[in-house]
Design a protein. Sequence first.
Length: 317
Amino acid sequence: MNPKVSIIVPVYNTVEYLPQCLDSLINQTLKEIEVILINDGSTDGSGDVCDEYAKNYPQLFRVFHKDNGGSASARNLGLKSAKGDYIIVCDSDDWVDNDMYETLWRSAVENNADIVSCDYYFEYPDGSSLHKKGHITATDKHSAIIEILSGSNNSSCSKLIKSLLFNEHNIDYQENINLGEDALILYKLLPFCKCFVPIKRPLYHYRRNMLSGSYTNSMTMKKAEQLVAVYDWLKTNYPPKYNEYIHVQAVNVAFAMLRSQDLIKPILHNFLRNELPLSAYNFRHASIKEHLIYLTRLLGINTGIYIVNKVYKYVYK
């Protein structure tokens, strides 16, 4: 009999946090699950931790070791290996409530849902937590697409997905994209979904390391260019009726470039000119990001970078 849920855990150099993650999976109230650990070329002993857990709990864990190829390639190996009726991802430095997968699975079965999504917590180093909306409010396909395109949380870790969607439509992660891969897989899946069910409880714990400088210093042009690739995929594959909402993704791309440590100004100039012309700016309906980008156009890129890096961690944590 197939497991009810396959949990894919990409692992890369998270030895400090990995035991907490795996212990939370051992303690799940839903027992008919499998946990697929993909060690993506870790160099800190994370692979040994995976092997130890698989040795002690062979009925639960399966381990695959591979050369480092990024999160998307690790997830794809998990997809190819998964046997469950439903699939979900868990990041190896996070952890989950004991009843998370039973709660999502029961709701999926009772409603014959394609995607069941829940809320989550941001967990900060000082011990504080912040409840974040992770569920898809919409119950129909068109509204769900608009909601996701408009900036609703798109993490794979808070969404239980029917495995048939991946198999019947040959959907997987794009392996050259390791930032924005969660959004892109949802963009690929949503047109084939019929039923969405929200769980308005935070069941997932997402670790936020503010001390690492990730809020202002981890973005690079290489990462921003991956977001451009996701944006280009949307423009190519989604019908024009969604252009208003795809515009939100253009704003996100430009904002990411402004946060890049190694910003290539001509690339940003060209993107702004082609995708976010000043004529498209609407002061009354613009988001905070759009206002910042507009200020950048008026005051210059250097000033824009300064403003964005000053306000980012306070507005978008």
